[in-house]
Design a protein around this ligand. Sequence first.
Ligand SMILES: [Zn+2]
Length: 182
Amino acid sequence: MLNSWVVAPTCLPLVLRRCHTCASERFRANGKFRVNAHHKLIDAWLLVLCTGCGETAKLTVLERMNVRSVRPELLDRLHANDLGLTAELLQDPVLRRRNHIALDWAGAWRLDTGESDHLDREVIDISVRFAAPIPVRPVRLIAEGCRLSRAEVERLIAEGKLVSAVRLSGKLSSDFTFTLKR
Ligand SMILES: [Zn+2]
């Protein structure tokens, strides 16, 4: 019997970037964009605010793009300060590389395990789906979802009672399955 868990965002992640005003390292996106059109060229930024001092920083979304080459739907969403677009852009590795930022997902996601009566079974197969590419430790997820301590999860892995095709140590941010035998 296969059970499904979902790792889902609960809010926007923080943006890791050093503030030049107060040396804080975290910024919060509030879903606002700035768009500048000059002749046929357009620039667009995602605005983020320092969590320490409130200073605004701009993350480049579009840089000197010919306005005709930008999808009208994207322009509409930029002008509407679309919160969903903010979430999509922060999850885009190209935007993160271009702006030299990383994300802090601490406290910004939850694990949905659905019905939990399956935990009594001798063998359970669980597929974990990521609704967003959130880097989390499988050991922590499994401990939370199966109501075990992390030490117990580590022991089950060492004893070969908790197995997966992926490495369960370290962090993962994409779908995986695991089997727990007791
Ligand atoms: Zn600051």
